[in-house]
Design a protein around this ligand. Structure first.
Ligand code: AR6
Length: 487
């Protein structure tokens, strides 16, 4: 274990496995009932990326594309869109020109319009609905096309987002909301997005690979029985500085997500998830087809490219420079970059997290995200790069969340790299806690029971305001008879 590595250890010395070094060769890319592939797989095995041919479908199981809008009048919505957008083709079109153009085809007359034109998507794109595991693989060019449509707000039926509306359980995808915010945040986001569109539309820098989006739903009969698990904790390396997306390269990188993936990326949000979506805008397309995540679900994305370097966080966030992503690609031409979106609970009242129910929910969510493909041996499974998941906007306790993620990773048989985001004190405390647990050979089940004891303790003590309530690390160290300061 790298527990002896100091905060800010050199990455080269790490014992954790990363892609592509630990990669296991993939089978030939092909579609099946659980995996929709939007490119022609026969052509792909000859080294070409061409879109699939097929029938467009307009129904409740597939993404509704602007050019497939049912034809019921002589007015073609797509033609109007094209005309509207063509007025923008001359150099120097202003923001107002863009707004005017978008409004031309977003009038309330949607009933009278039809779409006809964008031919790149003949294969219908399935919606990744709740309680259904399914993957979609598409090319980066296809993604850019969809995102260009999102930019121009062409996706039909996607503007009413109240619960109960057709897409009320989906994230927004049209960029209209982003355009309405007048703030420095929006300005920086738009810089990142324009840089992305510049890159993908330049012949010399156009991306050349594929990306897979996979919704994973864990059926109840596979939920771990936490208090009975006999696993020892897997390795943990704690880093006081560094970023998940940079220093966690080649590992499974955790997106501290909202249940509607991407969270506030098209609005005001600008924390871990939204920043990642700005660096890798291909992630935004997941909002087109990913229904709100349930407690036993995650979204895993393989192959997105990083287009921008950014700095700062929240109000200090800024687009910095183009990022040239030279990461290798796997056999399916996907960049070796794997991200998993898992949404922690948003604790309005942080005390709610110290209950068995809350802990079980977070354990399950982390486990769904961390669990690798059961057919791939653990020697071929990269470590997980994570940190204070659920502990910023969502007000979780970083100590409790670290323990929860260690337990989930241990049952999933994967190592963890934990980034404390420049909090050196937290890094030291976490390392110490881990050493204590390891030295006492504490199993996942034992740790689960210790957490239940802590829940009892904290519910008994939160009424006694005069008494300082022990934190979960202090409580556990005492319980297992090790004084943290003696280590
Ligand atoms: N690498 C490592 N650690 C980080 C990084 C990074 N790049 N960025 C942030 N942290 P937060 P949440 C640390 O608040 O609480 C979004 O709107 C840092 O210590 O983004 O799960 C989503 O869409 C930070 O305080 O995650 C959700 O709606 C902590 O991670 C919501 O926020 C938590 O980051 C999720 O909130």
């Amino acid at each position: 274990a790298g527990t002896d590595a100091p905060a800010g250890a050199k990455w080269g010395e790490s014992a954790l496995k990363r892609e592509p070094e630990c990669h296991m060769e993939l089978d030939r890319l092909c579609a099946d009932s659980n995996h929709t592939v939007l490119i022609d797989t026969r052509a792909f095995s000859n080294g070409k990326i061409v879109p699939c041919k097929g029938q467009p479908i307009w129904d409740s199981n597939h993404v509704k594309l602007p050019q497939h809008y049912p034809i019921n009048s002589r007015e073609s919505r797509w033609a109007a869109t094209e005309r509207a957008l063509q007025t923008l083709m001359h150099r120097g079109a202003s923001a107002r020109d863009v707004e005017t153009a978008i409004k031309i085809y977003n009038q309330a007359h949607s009933k009278d319009w039809h779409f006809d034109g964008l031919r790149i998507f003949a294969e219908p794109i399935p919606l990744l609905r709740q309680h259904c595991s399914h993957a979609i693989t598409m090319s980066q060019v296809q993604i850019s096309c969809l995102l260009a449509n999102a930019f121009f707000c062409t996706f039909p039926h996607r503007n009413a987002t109240h619960p109960g509306s057709e897409y009320g359980n989906f994230p927004t995808i049209n960029f209209s909301r982003l355009f309405s915010e007048r703030s420095p945040r929006t300005f920086q986001k738009l810089r990142a997005l324009f840089h992305y569109f510049d890159t993908v539309t330049e012949e010399a820098t156009k991306p050349t690979g594929l990306v897979t989006f996979e919704r994973i739903c864990l059926p109840q009969n596979q939920w771990p029985d936490w208090n009975k698990r006999m696993e020892q904790l897997t390795n943990l390396e704690v880093y006081g500085n560094g970023f998940i997306e940079r220093e966690g390269k080649g590992m499974l990188q955790v997106d501290f997500a909202a249940s509607m993936v991407g969270g506030g990326v098209l609005g005001r949000g600008l924390v871990q998830e939204e920043i990642r979506f700005m660096q890798c805008p291909e992630l935004i397309v997941s909002r087109l087809f990913t229904e709100k995540l349930a407690d036993n679900e995650c979204l895993r994305i393989t192959g997105v490219q990083t287009y921008s370097n950014t700095r700062g966080y929240s109000d200090t966030f800024a687009w910095e420079s183009p990022h040239k992503d030279n990461t290798q690609r796997d056999e399916w031409k996907r960049i070796y970059c794997q991200i998993v979106a898992i949404d922690a609970t948003n604790f309005q009242d942080p005390r709610q997290q110290y209950t068995e129910r809350s802990i079980q929910r977070e354990l399950l969510k982390a486990y769904v995200g961390f669990r690798g493909d059961p057919n791939i041996p653990s020697a071929y499974t990269a470590a997980i790069a994570t940190g204070n998941w659920g502990c910023g906007a969502f007000k979780g306790d970083p100590m409790l969340k670290a323990l929860i993620q260690m337990m989930a990773a241990s049952v999933a048989q994967r190592d963890l790299a934990y980034f404390t985001f420049n909090n050196m004190k937290q890094a030291e405390e976490l390392k110490r806690m881990f050493m204590i647990l390891k030295s006492q050979k504490i199993t996942v089940g034992k740790l689960y029971n210790l957490l239940q004891d802590y829940c009892d303790y904290s519910s008994r003590h939160h009424h006694h305001h005069q008494q300082r309530v022990k934190n979960v690390f202090e409580f556990i160290s005492e319980k297992i008879g090790v004084c943290p300061s003696h280590l």
